[in-house]
Design a protein around this ligand. Structure first.
Ligand SMILES: [Zn+2]
Length: 465
């Protein structure tokens, strides 16, 4: 990679890179909406995919009429790329202007989405990551252990670019074994470790197994992405590393959200991930009605990237289930909307057990509500012809008998299901995840006749989805 001159946001509080971006909540929302409308107008005339998809636009340019525009789904993007190889009919830019390609993982069995980027798109993508890295305290020379592989998926590439843009000293160890990553930490130390929640825990547990205390590596900041977690987990992992936890949400379709300075835990509770101002026009809708949700309510994130010239998207449905946080709801006072930290789930993760629709979040709430529970994994399987739920729970050894009973009662009381519960020692589960950087789902569904690929076990080998 070419040398990069360190650069920082024009307005570090707001996270904007362009002097013209408004910094008041109302003006900013208007600017984002009018930019999104300009994109819609352009696509409806000049883009073969969207000219068909959008038809004629309404005359009024409001948030309500924008919400009436058709959404774009993963299936549509995948089909377009297959029918118009290799980049799809959405891609109208000259091939000589293409600088990069990212793709989604395709592990959900639905195929891979492909997005190419021109020079402006690339700059915008690394800037949106650099904004959050700046808020996390990364400055020129900050030592960052980047545990994501840098390949053709977005997160590794864009993280690497964003860190380099700020002038960080990046240890790009994503393709190394956990042991070698620990060797790196031991030899060079690090100020910041970036990875999934499971993986930063795994490094700590693996270090402890060879007699090293994670605190001795001098890490001040952990940045996690890709899995949901509970408040209690956030507190535990901070204690384990003696570091402050930050979080990033990101999708390949070009929306990100980042914790503001101070980290995930604000006054001891899970705080907010803010959408950087120039990245995307974000909506959170009730997926059944298409209406906007209110502040604090849960819905599906729908994104319109504001700089995606080579592979544009309009109203992309992420299938990510988020809790909407309106601008001004965070104690940092940024005029930026956002989502609740720790809580991003996939709509596709809902399970039907004994005829009931059950979300992993319901199990999370029941199981983590029991004092002493540190982590768990659940399995749904068929035993003697009956559906059965098995939960393995990490807890302190002196609490294991009580935890076993209380977890069973909590699941039956709040969800109405009987579960077989097995206590484990702290850290046992993190040693089960494969080497490298993987998103881990807490739930495995073994009822499906074809176990390959596992739908819920290791949901992904890359980030973002
Ligand atoms: Zn904030």
């Amino acid at each position: 990679m070419a040398p990069t001159t360190p650069s920082l946001p024009h307005n570090t509080f707001l996270g904007s890179w362009h002097p013209g971006t408004p910094d008041g909540p109302v003006e900013l929302k208007e600017w984002q909406l009018s930019t999104a409308w300009r994109i819609a107008e352009n696509l409806s005339v000049n883009n073969p995919f969207y000219a068909d998809h959008l038809g004629s636009l309404p005359t009024e340019r409001s948030a309500e009429t924008f919400r009436s525009l058709p959404t774009t789904t993963k299936d549509q993007v995948v089909a377009d790329c297959e029918e118009h190889p290799p980049y799809g009919s959405r891609t109208t830019c000259d091939h000589a202007d293409v600088r990069n390609l990212v793709e989604t993982s395709g592990t959900s069995g639905q195929g891979r989405e492909v997005y190419v980027m021109n020079a402006d798109d690339e700059v915008a993508a690394v800037q949106m990551e650099a904004t959050g890295f700046w808020w996390s305290g990364i400055r020129p020379g900050t030592r960052v252990l980047l545990t994501l592989p840098v390949g053709t998926t977005a997160a590794g590439l864009w993280y690497y670019g964003g860190l380099r843009l700020l002038g960080a000293n990046v240890f790009s160890v994503g393709s190394y074994s956990t042991d070698r990553k620990i060797d790196f930490l031991r030899r060079f130390g690090a100020d910041v470790v970036v990875g999934t929640p499971s993986y930063v825990q795994r490094i700590a547990v693996a270090a402890a197994e060879i007699g090293l205390d994670p605190k001795q590596f001098g890490v001040d900041v952990l940045i996690v992405a890709g899995e949901s977690y509970e408040e209690s987990w956030a507190r535990e992992i901070e204690l384990l590393w003696d570091a402050t936890l930050y979080e990033q949400y990101g999708c390949t379709e070009r929306a990100v959200a980042w914790t503001c300075p101070g980290g995930v835990l604000q006054d001891g509770r899970l705080g907010v991930l803010h959408f950087p101002p120039e990245t995307a026009y974000c909506e959170v809708i009730d997926p059944s009605t298409g209406r906007d949700v209110q502040d604090g309510e849960v819905g599906e994130l729908v994104v319109t990237p504001l700089t995606a010239e080579a592979s544009p998207l309009l109203r992309y449905r992420t299938r990510d289930r988020v809790q909407w946080v309106a601008p001004g709801s965070c104690s940092c006072d940024r005029p930026l909307a956002g989502i609740r930290a720790g809580g991003v789930q996939r709509y596709d993760d809902m399970m039907k057990i004994k005829g009931m629709n059950v979300w992993p979040t319901q199990f999370d709430a029941a199981i983590f509500g029991v004092p002493g529970v540190m982590n768990y994994r659940g399995t749904v399987e068929v035993v003697n012809g009956r559906e059965s739920v098995r939960v393995r729970v990490e807890c302190l050894p002196n609490r294991s008998e009580a935890v076993l009973l209380e977890v069973r009662e909590a699941i039956s009381g709040s969800i109405g299901l009987r579960a077989e519960v097995q206590p484990l020692k702290p850290g046992e589960l993190s040693l089960e995840i494969p080497e490298g950087f993987v998103k881990v789902s807490r739930w495995t569904d073994n009822r499906r006749p074809d176990p390959s690929p596992p739908q819920n076990a290791i949901a992904n080998s890359e980030l973002p989805k």
